[in-house]
Design a protein around this ligand. Sequence first.
Ligand code: PLP
Length: 479
Amino acid sequence: MDLPVDLDARGDRTGAIYRALLDAIRSGRLGVGDRLPPTRALAQDLGVARNTVATAYERLVAEGFLEARVGDGTYVAGLAAPAPAPRHPGALDPRPGWTFRPLPVSGESAPPPYDFRAGIPDAGLFPFDTWRRLVAAELRGGAHHPGTYAGPAGHPELRAAIARYLSLGRGVAADSDDVVVTHGTQQALDLVARVLLEPGDVVAVEDPGYPFARELFASYGARVVPVRVDGDGLVVAEVPERARLVFTTPSHQFPLGPPLSLARRQALLELANRASVAIVEDDYDSEFRFTERPLETLHALDRHGRVIYVGTFSKSLIPALRSGYLVAPRSLRDALLGARQLADGYGAPAEQVALARFVSDGLLGRHLRRAHKAYAERRALVLEGIERLLPQLEVVPSAAGLHVTALFREPTDDAAVVAATAGAGVAVEALSSYAAGAPVSGLVFGYGAARTDAVTPGLERLARLLGRGTATPPRRARR
Ligand SMILES: Cc1ncc(COP(=O)(O)O)c(C=O)c1O
């Protein structure tokens, strides 16, 4: 088992092992029922005395996180999930329709040694020094009128820079007045949901698909209808005509990978026009394109003002900027700006101008070229490694983005595979974890966060684990 333990020679080694195990349990890398390595083996791996490991195990057993089975071994206990806090009588509850609780996110656990988590760009490639200089230049007293309130659309310089970037790079015809700067895709989706959805409205989403979109629409009381995805992307023929909104990822279907075919793009636009359906086009990671020429965006093909185009700097740069944008039909513009004002007022002007400079001065282009080179190399290694080492898997063809997905050829419990490999330091994602009902089973391999020199060793380790049948009781995919 690869356990990232910070073994400071002066420090409390038992405590460090205890904390690393607890973190692995809390983050789900060690799941309920997983067996821990024998104390002797882990001690040897970590280069510490056996007693040091045994004491950490005992503490976790005493706290109910682990269970020691006599003559067998130590397992993650069924009660490992933290107990809910005691409730006071009359305590406030969320409204009855509110069921959403935070999903686990990548920043909450330590990076694993073999990191194939999806959706994480390589922050090591981001030019922090340049960014610091640009932001510092804007953070001057008096610049951007810090004592007054700004408009909700975003700084005009950034809107103009995004409009130019989109027309050149994505064929999205927009001028700066068509652009609303948001705190990432998530806020763009939130604004759209606020202004378009009534409780009970049907929202069609891809299945498997992006959970944060699905949950967001549901949180507004929408009836979310999962629609199948195949090698041509969303199966448009199965989108209900009565849908108010369709959420789709046409350039790189999330998480399966294929682009939405041209015929399906046209069919979707026809449906939208015929039945007055709004389409949200989430173009989250299309900057990184590796094979064919990109198809035209739905926005570019739309002749009837049905498409809301949404983009983000979370993949092209880093998620911590919390910067995204939407381009909406003019008929929705005022409503969306009003929604933004109600939601959080407006975004930070100094950072928006710094980002405008970053885009306009060619720094974004330079960063994308550098990042593209690194990701292309990792992607090639992932594809080569899956092909050579993992015959159980079949890659889904895709052309863009920061991850590839591969399907299990035989029915396999992908979640169990992921839990077992996480315990061995290889973080991949289960395709079924993105499904709302689709019977899918596969692995999603992100290569944004992976170290180039760790890709092949990580896949080799994964192949050994799968070869040993580590955790693959065959069964239908989860859910
Ligand atoms: C499908 C999809 N859309 C958008 C995003 C980016 O979201 P945000 O811009 O809110 O960071 C992600 C990130 O993982 C994603 O997977």
